[in-house]
Write a protein that binds this ligand. Structure first.
Ligand SMILES: *Cc1c(COP(=O)(O)O)cnc(C)c1O
Length: 406
């Protein structure tokens, strides 16, 4: 099907107002890691999330690295991570010299908490308040949980597991800024604000962007102080250094984008929820396609939309559909390659990974930008419908031909 416009998967939604902020950074000369946009952006994020304090950093990846560092994850320790996620959720484990243990996902695409519990119960020893992996004899120190595509993981259950086994919990909320719980113990609480440390990202494809950037929150002031300490090169006056710090701070230019973007976040979420509904109604009428739901008792930010392609019902398999959509100028993408199967992690331990393998083969993400128009959604839906119908027509023709031969 011919489509004259390119419909991107997920692009920034930037306001021209940002230019005034950028002008200020140029006129004042404050383009590096100090000045008012940084404080403004941190305060606005903290106020939005209902926490006392938020610490900005250079990227979400840097935020996760700092989180592991200040939580005391060290060389030779292990960290439980999902296999179904973007690789930046896992790489920081290696940065601190620790090893990942990969977990499967469930039908929400988030970490399978049944399997997590089974692993901790049956594959680990619990000695003096510490978890030891029987297979490797290493200490398991922490869990990194990702709220995949902005869909909140079951934090009530995860927090209970973390407390029972005395593990640290990092929430990778890089995709979930704005998602919160409506029911249960954490009703009203935002993803990222419940575990020991939560990390957000402002990369260009995330729900709000600063070009590149991250934010770290924690209920522990002490941990946040340490993060501030390690994120800089430390001693600013005499250049004496007791520890090896990083250079992970956000710049005033990045924050100049952020202070404007955060004001628009709720509007973006509204649009994303409305567009999701439009897709949902249209996709419900197509045999062999299923739009995955977001968790019912939450207000998810609806960052990315996931569609399952069933070859039997739809007539095309996932990869054939991807190709056809690309030919029609519609940018879609498959799920990430599972991390435990990527070259740097082939030696790492995975625990009963089954569902993630299935989703890896059958899922696509469809255009979801917060500036996506109804007109564009209509084009996507007409393509999805047409591919299905033209195949049906071809199949009917084949059947007719076969009958004629008989
Ligand atoms: C985007 C993302 C990150 C990394 O964020 P950056 O700001 O790009 O470094 C980490 N984890 C997940 C799950 C992500 O989607």
């Amino acid at each position: 099907m011919y489509n004259p416009i390119i419909i991107p998967l997920s692009v920034p939604n930037l306001s021209i107002d940002i230019l005034d902020n950028v002008r200020e950074t140029i006129e004042t000369g404050w383009v590096s890691t100090g000045e008012r946009f940084i404080q403004d952006f941190e305060s606005k994020i903290a106020a939005y999330l209902g926490v006392d304090r938020a610490i900005s950093c250079q990227t979400g990846t840097a935020g996760l690295h700092l989180a592991l560092r200040v939580l005391g994850v060290e060389h030779g320790d292990e960290v439980i991570v999902p296999t179904l996620t973007f690789i930046a959720a896992v790489n920081p484990v290696k940065y601190v010299g620790a090893e990942p243990v990969f977990m499967d996902c469930d039908d929400t695409l988030n970490m399978d908490l049944d399997k997590l519990e089974q692993f901790l119960q049956h594959e680990c020893n619990y000695i003096d308040g510490q978890v030891i992996n029987r297979k490797t004899n290493r200490f398991i120190k922490a869990i990194i949980a990702v709220h995949v595509f902005g869909n909140p993981i079951n934090m009530q259950r995860l927090m209970a597991i973390k407390e029972k086994y005395n593990l640290k919990l990092i929430e990778d909320a890089t995709e979930a800024l704005g998602s919160f719980y409506l029911e249960g113990k954490y009703a009203g609480k935002y993803c990222g604000t419940i575990g020991d440390i939560g990390v957000y990202s402002f990369n260009a494809n995330k729900i709000i962007t600063t070009g590149g950037g991250g934010m770290i929150v924690s209920s522990s002031d002490m941990l946040l102080n340490e993060i501030v300490f390690f994120s800089a090169k430390t001693d600013p006056l005499y250049f004496f250094h007791d520890v090896i710090g990083y250079n992970n701070r956000m710049t005033n230019i990045q924050a100049a984008f952020g202070t404007d973007q955060i004001d628009r976040l709720e509007g973006f979420i509204e649009t994303k929820m409305r567009n999701y509904q439009l897709y949902k109604e249209a996709i419900a009428g197509i045999e062999g396609l299923e739009l995955l739901p977001f968790k019912a008792d939450t207000r998810a930010n609806h960052w990315f939309y996931s569609v399952i392609v069933d070859r039997e019902g739809y007539g095309l398999d996932r990869d054939e559909l991807l190709t056809k959509l690309h030919e029609a100028n519609i940018q879609t993408r498959p799920l990430w390659g599972l991390i435990h199967k990527q070259k740097p992690y082939l030696e790492s331990q995975g625990y009963r990974i089954e569902k993630a393998e299935w989703y890896e083969k059958n899922l696509i993400n469809i255009p979801c930008s917060s500036n996506l128009t109804e007109y564009e959604i209509d084009i996507v839906m007409r393509c999805l419908n047409n591919f299905h119908k033209s195949l049906r027509r071809e199949r009917v023709k084949e059947v007719v031909k076969e009958r004629a031969i008989i």
